[in-house]
Write a protein that binds this ligand. Structure first.
Ligand code: SF4
Length: 327
């Protein structure tokens, strides 16, 4: 039974999702839709702040939706939509930008970081990113935003913008609350960075079992292990971390002991992990293949999502324009 509280979460259109996305966000999305009215938004406009070109945008959106649906997001329960399909968000962004001091935005650490990473393209959108993010959330009067600890400052800024806007124009928006989510940090198969497509260290949900096996067999393990009888250090091994996320606790404990004693070789250990991952993902992959065979499904889900989100947005914007004396 759904209560009245509304959850909003946005994700950039990164294309086919990997097991880091699945364990870190999508599983949580699926759980939340049982208790709240959830809006899950693919934030294509945000992606433009860092994209050099947009050729792959539509494919990325489609692949992402396929993964979400295959993982259990239910379009009957959740509103799944694309940010730009509800254009009122751009209007609200403009109004919010009039009450947001520039100093607040220039201090945001992610702005400084992005500006460092793409000095050739420090665009206006990068500075205004938190304002658009606030518009995304409050256009739907969301009460709860699931976030990782690293995103807490963004949400605090969104709350400050809401307080300022409400202070000037009257109580329109609820202050969105952060719902801290326990997101396991999934380290990629190179054992260095967080799992991510840009690092090429990922296992995608849509990989075939054979692709999955090959990727895991190439994963970086404990560099101190030369021979299979050398005592290992599972705490530095990307394969062991993934075992911890897919295998039963007692199996992981046994593996840890065997690794430390040099009683198991890395090849055997990786084969075992590949089996675990493939077994866990088989039902999801079957559903995904069925969904991908019906091209109209993604179109229909996003069309219906935009319509439902648009109804909420239209109500909000009517109220906003009235309070701002624009109507
Ligand atoms: Fe990693 Fe397994 Fe090799 Fe130990 S045995 S270093 S856990 S791959």
């Amino acid at each position: 039974m759904q209560n009245q509280k509304r959850v909003f979460s946005g994700a950039r259109p990164t294309g086919r999702q990997h097991i880091g996305n699945y364990l870190g966000a999508i599983k949580n999305y699926v759980a939340l839709q049982e208790s709240y009215q959830c809006l899950y938004c693919i934030v294509d406009v945000h992606a433009l702040t860092t994209l050099e070109e947009t050729k792959s945008l539509q494919d990325n959106i489609r692949e992402m939706v396929l993964d979400w649906l295959a993982a259990g997001l239910d379009p009957e329960k959740s509103i799944i939509f694309v940010q730009s399909h509800v254009p009122q968000v751009m209007e609200l962004h403009t109004y919010l930008s009039m009450v947001t001091p520039l100093g607040w935005l220039l201090r945001v650490p992610t702005f400084k970081e992005k500006a460092r990473m793409q000095p050739q393209n420090v665009n206006y959108g990068l500075v205004g990113y938190p304002v658009l993010m606030t518009a995304d959330i409050i256009l739907y009067k969301a009460d709860i935003v699931p976030v990782g600890e690293d995103q807490l400052p963004h949400l605090e800024l969104a709350r400050e913008i809401v307080r300022r806007f409400n202070g000037i124009f009257g109580d329109i928006f609820p202050e969105p609350e952060a719902r801290l989510t326990e997101t396991p940090l999934v380290v990629g198969l190179n054992g260095v960075q967080k799992m991510g497509k840009s690092y090429g260290n990922q296992v995608e949900l849509a990989h075939t079992p054979e692709e999955t096996r090959q990727r895991i067999m190439n994963a970086v393990t404990d560099p101190a292990r030369i021979h299979k009888t050398d005592p290992g250090h599972p705490e530095v091994c990307s394969v062991f971390r993934l075992h911890g996320l897919f295998a039963r606790a007692e199996e992981t404990a046994r593996l840890e002991e065997d690794c430390r004693k040099g009683a198991i070789g890395c090849v055997q250990c990786k084969r075992h992990l590949a089996e675990e991952v493939n077994t866990a993902l088989t039902p999801l992959r079957q559903r995904r293949a069925e969904l991908a065979a019906k091209p109209e499904i993604v179109k229909n889900v996003l069309g219906d999502g935009a319509r439902r989100a648009g109804l909420i947005a239209a109500r909000t914007m009517k109220e906003v324009r009235e309070k701002m004396n624009l109507a």
